[in-house]
Design a protein around this ligand. Structure first.
Ligand SMILES: Cc1cc2nc3c(=O)[nH]c(=O)nc-3n(C[C@H](O)[C@H](O)[C@H](O)COP(=O)(O)O)c2cc1C
Length: 324
């Protein structure tokens, strides 16, 4: 058993969080992860209907504590989402991609642990000032929307801040094995926040074809790009591009964002007509796609990841034991 600030704070057995991923992580995935002793999160996106949340929370709640991931820039436009989420009494809420400050107090009053993904040291400092309970250092290796700093240098920076301020830090971006979990724990993180690896599980709500694409992609297959947001006219803050599996659409438009915006009235409807055809449509995924070798039940994956992490940490311990 590995005990960290995260396992103690949430009362879970394993220092692993299955990341909130809009379109991929519903209540079934979160529940399967929580059943296995880790912490499962439900992802709420910019277009998620508020009344979707309660059914998903119900699915997760049967299995243990669960969390919900919200995007701060979306809450500015859709405060109804925060009401819908807090009504379900999640054990944790993440407020990512934008300023968490306006929402921290309400989440805490509702009894949830407040988490926030941060992509540089300045954002980490601001999240601490806003009063978040847990920082999640999200490197550019991550799938989905993220910043520009790699997980390794970012995690080291954010750990310095977290240790100084007494705030636990989780690592996100590029972790897909027990080795990765052991690595970030050895660095001082209180847990691993894992997305892409959990996309390729039986309970995730991605299509079978998208899961197959993840299975067949290697670590060089992704691109960090705004083109899929621009073509759909989704007003993501410019600083957060999305990491997706490269395809014909991104090959054609990445680097030509201004032209894409100019031609959106014709390219947008053509793009919509190709939804589900992944030569054109997007599959957000991180550099950890190269670590995905199967699509197991999520609970089995948690068990496997933790067994490997524990054996790696024991090996680290043995390294110290070998000192003369
Ligand atoms: C398909 C996909 C969708 C995502 N959607 C969200 C989301 O809705 N909210 C959020 O806070 N993060 C979202 N993320 C980011 C994850 O929370 C997490 O930071 C990331 O998956 C970690 O990196 P990894 O994919 O390398 O494990 C998403 C990631 C992926 C892969």
């Amino acid at each position: 058993m590995i005990s960290t600030d995260l396992t103690r704070l949430l009362g879970v057995r394993h220092p692993v969080v299955s990341a909130p991923m809009a379109g991929w992580s519903g209540g079934r995935l979160a529940g399967a992860v929580s059943s296995a002793g880790a912490f499962g999160m439900i992802g709420v996106g910019s277009a998620t209907p508020a009344d979707w949340v309660s059914g998903q929370a119900e699915l997760a709640r049967r299995h243990g504590p669960f969390g919900v991931g919200l995007m701060s820039w979306v809450l500015e436009r859709r405060p109804d989402l925060l009401d819908a989420v807090l009504a379900e009494r999640p054990a944790a809420v993440s407020l990512s991609f934008g300023d968490p400050a306006p929402y921290v107090e309400r989440v805490r009053e509702a009894g949830a642990v407040v988490m926030s993904q941060v992509q540089d040291a300045e954002k980490a400092g601001r999240a601490v000032e806003a009063g978040v309970d847990v920082l999640v250092a999200q490197g550019t290796d991550a799938g989905g929307h993220t910043g520009r700093v790699g997980t390794m240098p970012l995690l080291q920076r954010v750990l310095e801040i977290g240790e100084r301020e007494g705030v636990p830090v989780l690592a996100a971006g590029g972790i897909g094995t027990g080795r990765g979990i052991a690595g970030v724990l050895a660095m001082g993180a209180s847990g691993a926040w894992i997305g892409t690896r959990f996309c390729a599980t039986a309970e995730s709500t991605g299509t079978e074809e998208a899961k197959r694409l993840i299975l067949n992609s290697d670590e060089t297959a992704t691109v960090h790009t705004r083109v899929f947001d621009l073509v759909q006219d989704i007003p993501w803050p410019e600083e957060f591009a999305g990491r997706a599996i490269r395809n014909s659409f991104s090959d054609r438009w990445h680097g030509r964002e201004t032209q894409l915006e100019d031609q959106r009235s014709s390219v947008g409807p053509a793009f919509e007509a190709t939804r589900g055809d992944y030569a054109e449509d997007f599959v957000y995924a991180g550099q950890a796609v190269g670590l995905v070798g199967d699509v197991p039940p999520a609970g089995e994956l948690v068990g496997r990841l933790m067994a490997e992490a524990e054996s790696r940490l024991e090996a680290c311990n043995a390294l110290l034991g070998e000192r003369p």
